[in-house]
Design a binder for this molecule. Structure first.
Ligand code: ASP
Length: 415
């Protein structure tokens, strides 16, 4: 599935799509009376939606078959455990670091009085019905084999595919046919995904254009500084954590890492969906040398549970909202935010806007008013583009690192 020969053209085309979309959005923004927004929403957004729909359509079978095929190809359950533990440890540590970084940046900005004093009077944000931590945990396990696939409940799909893979391994001889069927379907859906990915340049342009046309003026407004703080967090985290881990643990230079990741990052930026960017991300991670069995396990899992960018956003917004309400956060509050934001990012679905919903849980954990979300809701999409880019980059970094660590483990064992 690697397409070395076409590598540069695709990345360049996606970049071109991004630039065309941004320029188009800026041009439309200049039309009077929101006409540009109207045009972008009526004629351009639907094409982006078709592209996103196709990606969403392929993502459930991809996750189902690729994780199951990944487990089957590892041949023994202890290897799945070894990769699984490394993956979870990497994901948890980097996410916790992300929140700490976000809190530090948020506090620094607050001390420097960079956050605008927005009025909190009359805010009307109704938080969605809250779910307790235990409910969230219970909801991971499906009670039906088909419904989670139909509804694209990704954590449940992951559980189903893990169980499918384990079942095949445990069935031994009798599971061989099932293993071949899984492998064959995996291949088929990878081909379908390849076809859809070829539409990315157009898809990216049509997704970004309405966002720029609509949010352009807002970006320049009062919230620019909060956005800036979040984006500084995204960039520092990406450069510091991913560069360091891929070079020290994964044996890949940061330059090579980010240049190979460019197509997936651009896709994430314009679609604001980790799940939507998953297919391209899988290609990029394999080009970076991550083994297919690791990629097919680590990335679908990461698109669902690993959200460093979302954690940064939640940390920065928590400090910002506290500042608007004149609340000062204690060290205990900070620890609580680190814990809840790390957990909230696991529960965040890899779709646009999900991180904002989970922000309610973080605010509630330290007694901040949930209505504060209304302060940042208007430009959530702009936060989201950056946080999704960080989210998927973290997944790929993990795949590179885990793949290398596994190689070393196998080499040590065979010695
Ligand atoms: N849009 C993000 C993602 O897909 C999730 C979020 O809203 O934070 O990764």
């Amino acid at each position: 599935m690697t397409r070395q020969g076409k590598k540069l053209p695709l990345a360049a085309w996606i970049f071109l799509g991004l630039v065309v979309g941004i320029i188009g959005g800026l041009a439309l923004m200049t039309l009077p009376d929101q006409q540009g927004v109207e045009i972008a929403k009526t004629y351009i957004q639907p094409i982006g939606t078709i592209f996103l729909n196709l990606l969403k359509f392929v993502v459930v079978p991809i996750v189902l078959f690729s994780i199951a095929a990944g487990v089957v190809s590892m041949k023994d359950i202890s290897k799945v455990g070894s990769i699984g533990i490394k993956t979870i440890v990497y994901y948890m540590c980097t996410t916790a670091f992300a929140v700490v970084l976000a809190l530090l940046l948020g506090m620094a900005a607050d001390r420097m009085h960079l956050f605008p004093a927005l009025s909190t009077a009359g805010l009307d944000y109704t938080p969605p019905a809250g779910q307790s931590l235990m409910d969230t945990f219970v909801a991971i396990f499906p009670s039906n084999a088909v419904q989670p696939l139909a509804d694209a409940v990704m954590l449940q799909v992951i559980v189903i595919s893990l169980l499918l893979g384990f079942g095949v391994l445990l069935a031994g001889e009798k599971g061989v046919l099932a293993a071949q069927v899984i492998e064959s379907f995996n291949e088929v859906f990878l081909r379908i995904m390849d076809l859809i990915i070829r539409l990315s340049p157009v898809g990216v342009a049509c997704l970004i254009c309405p966002v720029i046309a609509e949010n352009g003026p807002a970006i320049l407004g009062q919230l620019a500084l909060v956005l800036l703080v979040a984006y500084i967090g995204y960039v520092i985290h990406g450069l510091l954590v991913y560069s360091t881990t891929v070079s020290l643990l994964g044996g890949v230079s940061p330059m090579a890492f980010f240049s190979e990741m460019a197509p997936a990052m651009m896709m994430a930026f314009s679609s604001a969906s980790s799940v939507g960017a998953l297919p391209i991300n899988m290609e990029c991670a394999q080009r970076l040398g991550a083994k297919r069995e690791v990629v097919s396990f680590v990335l679908p899992l990461g698109a669902t549970i690993n959200m460093d960018g979302t954690a940064i956003y939640q940390g920065v917004c928590a400090v910002f909202i506290a500042s608007c309400y004149g609340v000062s956060l204690s060290p205990g509050d900070m620890v609580t935010i680190v814990l809840t934001a790390t957990l909230a990012s696991i529960g965040t679905a890899g779709v646009p806007g999900a991180g904002m919903v989970m922000l309610a849980m973080v605010l509630q954990s330290v007694g901040l008013p949930v209505e504060g979300i209304a302060l940042v809701a208007g430009i959530d999409r702009v936060f989201d583009m950056g946080r999704t880019t960080v989210n998927i980059t973290g997944d790929a970094a993990c795949a590179v690192v885990v793949s290398k660590l596994e190689d070393r483990r196998i080499a040590r064992r065979s010695r």
